[in-house]
Design a protein. Structure first.
Ligand SMILES: [Zn+2]
Length: 252
């Protein structure tokens, strides 16, 4: 089992380097007792980075995935190096911070955009996806094109007048009765999830999420919105990209 150390609170999303122990060595991968590497999930791509250990060359992490309760850190072409490692060995992880911070900015922007879309149109988000410097939000129906400009204004405002972001663990029964459960209600939570990890953007949005987020909407930076994409179902896809994909980033 791997402890998902990035999950515990919002500051944990800013940890870029950490120590952990190897608990298993499946072919081409390492399982650690704890990790700050984000494994693919919830529309957020996996982190990249390196794992270092005494007596070997740094291992380049090429993918991170969940496998039951374990997290697999796949490494590039490192079979000979991996043979130097043993279960119980200590490794140092270093996360590719530019990539991770882009995902954090996009993820918080996506939550806020989904909340504003719901507030302005009643449309819920069916699926959200982050990739590279951009994000897409697939809605449950067609978004009137004239709403795009006010939505852009909403996002510009929340960057110019930042709102704090926080993470809370909420008992399941309390969450199910929460009025904010409506906006995210299209994506059912598995019944065993209790408590629910909710990401809160000040008074603007509350949404269950296992992803990593920035601590203030001011950190999102400038976004460029793309034209609405009509999906074959008749619903709309909203898309935006970060204008400055390599901003100055706050330290942990
Ligand atoms: Zn999320």
């Amino acid at each position: 089992m791997t402890e998902l150390a990035y999950l515990s609170d919002l500051p944990s999303a800013y940890v870029r380097e950490f120590r952990a122990r190897v608990t298993a060595l499946p072919p081409g991968a390492l399982v650690l007792d704890r990790t700050y590497f984000y494994p693919t999930g919830g529309g957020q791509p996996a982190d990249r980075g390196v794992l270092r250990f005494e007596g070997g060359r740094p291992l380049e992490v090429t993918d991170v995935t969940k496998s039951g309760p374990a997290v697999l850190h796949r490494v590039r072409g490192a079979a000979p190096e991996l043979r130097r490692l043993e279960v119980g060995a200590e490794v140092e992880g270093a996360i590719d911070w530019d990539r991770r911070h882009r995902h954090m900015r996009l993820h918080t922007a996506q939550h806020y955009a989904s909340a504003r879309i719901f507030a302005r149109s009643g449309l819920r988000t069916r699926r959200a996806n982050l990739a590279g410097a951009g994000a897409t939000i697939d809605l449950e129906g067609p978004l009137p094109a004239e709403l795009l400009a006010p939505l852009e204004d909403d996002l510009r405002d929340v960057v110019a007048r930042p709102q704090p972001v926080s993470i809370r663990m909420v008992p399941r029964a309390e969450w199910d009765a929460h009025p904010a459960a409506g906006r995210s209600g299209l994506v059912p939570l598995p019944p065993q999830v209790d408590p629910v990890r909710v990401v809160e953007i000040d008074a603007s949005d509350v949404c269950p999420c296992g992803g990593t987020h920035v601590r203030s909407t001011g950190e999102i930076g400038q976004l460029r919105w793309l034209p609405l994409v009509p999906l074959s179902s008749g619903a709309s896809r909203v898309a935006f990209t970060l204008v400055d994909s390599a901003p100055t980033t706050p330290s942990a």
